[in-house]
Design a protein around this ligand. Structure first.
Ligand code: SF4
Ligand code: SF4
Ligand code: SF4
Length: 291
């Protein structure tokens, strides 16, 4: 088994996301016949490939820039290009609205690829590498201090309940005409409004808790959706051949407050559905014990 850093140096690794992006884009273009797929998925793949490449070539103290540049490159594709080109709302409540009336459009496809089936392979990798909310959060000048109480993490369930209840209430109680009044008409407004609410919550929370990912931990209902398939993710952080010295640095630097040491020191993969595959633990481990 090769140590992670050696694998990362393998030339082919950086091309894999680009190849996957081209394959997904072509497949969806052929089956669903929307030209935007030919731009969207190759661009996402290219951005992640660029992030991996930067991580490979940058000096040790700059390696985390690779992922943060990657996530920033993907932001305009998902937050601007697709909503404007397609006038669709990718937010969870929007996807529930269209599914309630049996309209499995591109917003649903985004959810299926990024948040339902994709996590079966790469877990919460979307959260680490492609989320447009986190793309801003990860660049905030906030230095992480301590961890957020696990009790607060449960607030996400309340937000998820509201996010599901709102479309149900609109459709079944207020008889909201989704096909007539929402699809292709007010969707873009919902998308913009939903994202404004997310950013208005996420940025102050990052400063309040001294944690850029506070919103992900306390508020984001999407994280709960992804946690379910992420239980079966095939890509996880794992122990390398190098021995863990139990220094605890990985657990301290983890963006998602995971006690990584308890997994790695026992020779186990990081089987936690909060892992966003950011790779910071790998970069910071002084023993090279994580891959
Ligand atoms: S938890 Fe939510 S806001 Fe955070 S990265 Fe994941 S999808 Fe984005
Ligand atoms: S940083 Fe590396 S050596 Fe230290 S506890 Fe974590 S895995 Fe073990
Ligand atoms: S376990 Fe490692 S890769 Fe996963 S979120 Fe924590 S620091 Fe990132």
């Amino acid at each position: 088994m090769l140590p992670y850093n050696m694998i990362m140096k393998k030339e082919y690794l950086k091309y894999i996301p680009l190849i996957i992006g081209i394959v997904i884009g072509l497949t969806l273009f052929i089956t669903i016949d929307w030209w935007g797929f030919l731009i969207l998925f190759p661009w996402i793949g290219l951005s992640i490939s660029a992030g991996i490449y930067l991580r490979q070539i940058l000096p040790q103290n700059k390696k985390t820039l690779g992922r943060r540049i990657s996530i920033l490159l993907i932001l305009p594709a998902l937050l601007i290009f697709v909503p404007l080109a397609n006038r669709e709302n990718f937010q969870l409540e929007g996807v529930i609205l269209i599914v309630l009336v049996g309209y499995f459009s591109k917003g649903f496809i985004h959810y299926a690829v990024a948040k339902l089936f994709g996590p079966l392979i790469w877990g919460r990798g979307f959260c680490g590498w492609a989320c447009w909310t986190a793309a801003i959060l990860d660049w905030l000048p906030v230095r992480k201090r301590g961890i957020i109480s696990p009790k607060l993490w449960n607030l996400r369930y309340l937000v998820l309940f509201i996010t599901i209840a709102l479309p149900l209430y609109l459709v079944h109680v207020l008889s909201y005409d989704v096909r007539g009044d929402y699809i292709g008409k007010t969707e873009l407004g919902w998308m913009i409004g939903g994202n404004i609410v997310y950013y208005l919550l996420a940025i102050p929370l990052a400063y309040w808790f001294k944690d850029r990912r506070a919103f992900c931990k306390i508020v984001c209902p999407v994280s709960l959706v992804m946690k379910v398939p992420s239980r079966y993710a095939t890509i996880r952080k794992k122990p390398s051949e190098n021995e863990c010295t139990e220094c605890g640095i990985c657990s301290q630097v983890c963006l998602m407050d995971i006690d990584i040491m308890s997994f790695i020191s026992q020779g186990k993969s990081v089987a936690c559905t909060e892992c966003i595959l950011c790779g910071i633990c790998v970069i910071r481990c002084p023993a090279g014990a994580i891959r």
